[in-house]
Design a protein. Structure first.
Length: 152
């Protein structure tokens, strides 16, 4: 065909066709990867905004500004966490102190109960038990000195 002078078609090069198709496929994959990456990034930023809004609801921000930067919000959250940890530590110390005091008072109550039981036994040895109504006390016959009434 080339001999007759007409424009001829280039010989079919299968490697060139494959390269062109491969390059087109790569470009489409690259575009596809880029758009899926953009979507993932958009979702990540949306979740981050949501979490920052939730954090803003939990952290006392103070009256100094109506709009807070992410950095200032995170700093305030850190300070708030430190404050809560300190309160928790103090509460645990108080709880431990109260538990120790409770154990001490419980032991003391047991000691006093045992002593009270021993006193009742010693007081009642050799005597009969009588109620208050059975005992008669002669109040009129008792004489008091001026200092005795203060101790009663």
């Amino acid at each position: 065909e080339a001999e007759h002078g007409y424009a001829s078609v280039l010989p079919f090069d299968s490697d060139y066709s494959r390269k062109k198709t491969k390059a087109g496929t790569m470009a489409r994959k690259s575009q596809n990867n880029r758009s899926s990456h953009n979507e993932l990034e958009k979702h990540r930023r949306a979740k981050l905004r949501l979490y920052l809004e939730q954090l803003k609801q939990l952290v006392p921000l103070g009256p100094d500004s109506t709009r807070h930067t992410t950095l200032s919000l995170l700093k305030r959250a850190k300070m708030h966490i430190k404050k809560l940890e300190e309160q928790d530590r103090k509460a645990l110390n108080i709880k431990e102190q109260l538990q120790r005091e409770h154990r001490y008072l419980k032991r003391r109550l047991e000691q006093l109960s045992v002593q009270g039981m021993e006193r009742i036994r010693t007081d009642s040895m050799g005597s009969t038990i009588s109620t208050d109504s059975e005992q008669e006390v002669d109040i009129e016959g008792m004489e008091y000195t001026p200092g005795e009434m203060d101790s009663i």
